[in-house]
Design a protein around this ligand. Structure first.
Ligand code: OXD
Ligand code: MN
Length: 596
């Protein structure tokens, strides 16, 4: 098949990779519906995909990965910079020469008997000044079809790119899905990603975590912008004004739910609306007016299915009703639809669990087993989302009023607090941490530090990344810089009950945040930052759930717990040696002094 571009840097790179992996055939993905439809049919004919009920789930498909290949593999995800210290203490590092040799040896001849699909894609609206192009080579139709949902794919990307060499190289080889030879290598200095022996989304949809976070964070450092693991949402007030917030949370903190939040009834009646610009990643750059603007580089949602339901996230559920690929959920064999834990209380009787065994759903559940894999996913087009923002395609992005960091802390962090200034805000992001839940393997309640929710996604030394945040702050007029906050939806009382209802009611906290951004409300200065006066958080409609008194206790700052926390922070910071920005060491000293 003829190449879709004359770009020499692309053609010579593809020639090299063809020589390495030896495909039988090369197919360029032009992004046309006819081509995509032909690929779906082909994948169905081989069993790679199963077509779901056309009436109930139009244009939806089902896919199962290998049972040993169901999640990202952090210990096999490498940052291959020339110098080890450029990857830093929180990444797994390998010398690039050694890494290339290792993955090339694994990839060699691995496309024999297979087709090489060449996917030209754009992260961000095609032609946006904030967007960037990539080429992914893959031997998986599943990857092609997912990329066609998650990114903008096709000829247009190549037209806009022209002869430029500014594009990210991505080679994905399924090989034998051998977990012992699975590697996800990022070469930030070469704009290159190589992924071998996996077919799971996070490891193989190279535009997402590998490019839009790991490679892009490094590009952002060099080019003066930021790639962050942040959702973007717009809050429209009854006057029709929309303000935007970017928020970062570690996994299992309800990020997708917050991105698609439904306002509480009282707010809806008054005319409040929430618009989703993105649920996972933000690319952020200073605009002409001196404010920071963010785009969502993605074009779809790769969401965790279990727990998604009419109540927790009706917008996400609605997004999956057409044009969606489901991976590792359970199937209802009676009506050829899908099911997962937490969808409803009626597991299908005639079910196929995620590895493909036919089971009786209720009986299987009674044995304490899951029908869907806990990390089963939907890949849904963003346009399906009922609350997708009208600015989703805006090439300039949306202006950001606030950055919000968060984590799951049963006792420590108050419901919300505001940093004193930008550098203190960077400190607040750098000390982000979450307590592990029963959903993940390992001990429950252990604190995992996850600065800016970027722990597995920062493509360079985290100390340099913090420095970059501080440098960005220096370029911003303090009046125009987003204000920085921390939230904790997960405070528990002494009986272990959650003290805040969460979900849509989180809008009450976001409302306070926006009021602070507009200077409309006072706050109490404490050792850790500004805390709301309880009266300033609207709890109308929460009678019986949250009283002024309980609100006060969710807002309190326990100095002795925080003093313990500073020990944990100091220990964590120590890993970074002289890469720790002085500004952050100073902030830690200030916090310690404030707690005395
Ligand atoms: C994701 C993640 O899948 O952060 O988005 O792990
Ligand atoms: Mn994520």
């Amino acid at each position: 098949m003829a190449a879709l571009t004359q770009n020499k840097s692309i053609l010579s790179w593809i020639d090299e990779k063809v020589e390495l992996v030896k495909p039988d055939k090369i197919v360029w993905i032009d992004g046309s519906e006819e081509q995509i439809e032909a690929l779906r049919k082909e994948a169905c004919s081989t069993g790679e995909l199963i077509k779901l009920n056309e009436e109930l789930l139009p244009d939806c498909y089902y896919h199962r990965t290998a049972v040993n290949d169901v999640a990202r593999v952090e210990d096999r995800t490498l940052i291959c910079s020339k110098k080890e210290e450029d990857a830093g203490p929180t990444n797994h590092w390998m010398d690039p020469e050694k890494a290339y040799k290792m993955v090339y040896d694994i990839a060699r001849d691995s496309y024999k008997g297979r087709t090489m699909y060449v996917i030209p894609y754009s992260m961000g609206p095609i032609g946006s000044p904030l967007a960037k192009a990539g080429i992914e080579l893959t031997d998986s139709i599943y990857v092609v079809l997912n990329m066609c949902i998650m990114t903008r794919v096709g000829k247009k990307v190549l037209e806009v790119l022209g002869d430029s060499n500014d594009w990210v190289r991505g080679l994905h080889c399924k090989c034998d899905i051998d977990a012992e030879k699975r590697w996800i290598c990022q070469f930030p200095e070469d704009n290159t990603i190589i992924s071998v022996n996996s077919g799971y989304g996070g490891n193989v949809l190279l535009g997402k975590k590998c490019f839009a976070l790991r490679i892009a964070s490094y590009q952002g450092k060099n080019e003066g912008w930021q790639a962050e693991h942040m959702l973007i949402l717009g809050i429209e007030n009854p006057k029709g004004e929309v303000k935007y917030i970017c928020a970062a949370f570690p996994s299992a903190c309800g990020k997708t739910n917050l991105a698609m939040l439904i306002p509480p009834e009282g707010y809806r009646k008054k005319g409040y609306k929430v618009w989703c610009v993105g649920d996972d990643i933000s690319w952020i750059r200073k605009g002409k007016d001196g404010r920071l603007y963010a785009i969502n580089p993605e074009n779809g949602f790769f969401g965790v299915a279990p727990g998604t339901n009419e109540k927790s996230n009706p917008n996400a559920l609605a997004s999956t009703k057409k044009g969606t690929i489901f991976t590792n959920v359970a199937r209802n064999l009676d009506d050829n639809t899908v099911w997962w834990e937490g969808l409803d209380k009626n597991p299908p009787v005639n079910a196929e669990e995620w590895t493909g065994n036919k089971v009786n759903g209720p009986e299987y559940k009674a044995e304490g087993k899951n029908l869907a894999h806990p990390n089963s996913r939907f890949t849904a087009p963003a346009v399906n989302c009922p609350c997708i923002s009208s600015e989703f395609e805006n090439p300039e992005g949306v202006p950001i009023s606030a950055f919000v960091f968060g984590g799951r802390r049963a006792k420590l962090a108050p419901l919300v607090y505001q940093s004193r200034d930008w550098n203190h805000g960077v400190f607040v992001g750098s000390i982000m941490a979450s307590e592990t839940t029963a959903a993940a393997a390992g001990a429950v309640g252990v604190v995992r530090r996850d600065p800016m929710a970027m722990l597995p996604f920062c493509g360079y030394n985290m100390g340099d990344y913090w420095k970059h945040w501080i440098e960005i702050g220096k370029t911003l007029d303090p009046d125009k810089a987003p204000k920085i906050f921390n939230v904790n939806w997960f405070r528990k009382d002494d009986e272990g009950n959650f003290m805040w209802p969460g979900f849509g009611d989180n809008l009450r906290v976001l409302e306070w945040i926006l009021k602070r951004c507009d200077g409309e409300v006072d706050a109490k200065e404490t050792a850790i930052g500004y805390i709301p006066y309880a009266k300033d958080i609207n709890i109308e409609g929460l009678e019986g759930e949250v009283s002024l008194e309980s609100l006060e206790s969710i807002l309190d700052v326990d100095k002795s717990l925080w003093a313990n926390e500073t020990d944990g922070i100091a220990e964590f910071y120590q890993k970074f040696g002289d890469k720790l920005p002085k500004e952050l060491a100073d902030e830690l000293d200030t916090l310690k002094a404030n707690l005395k």
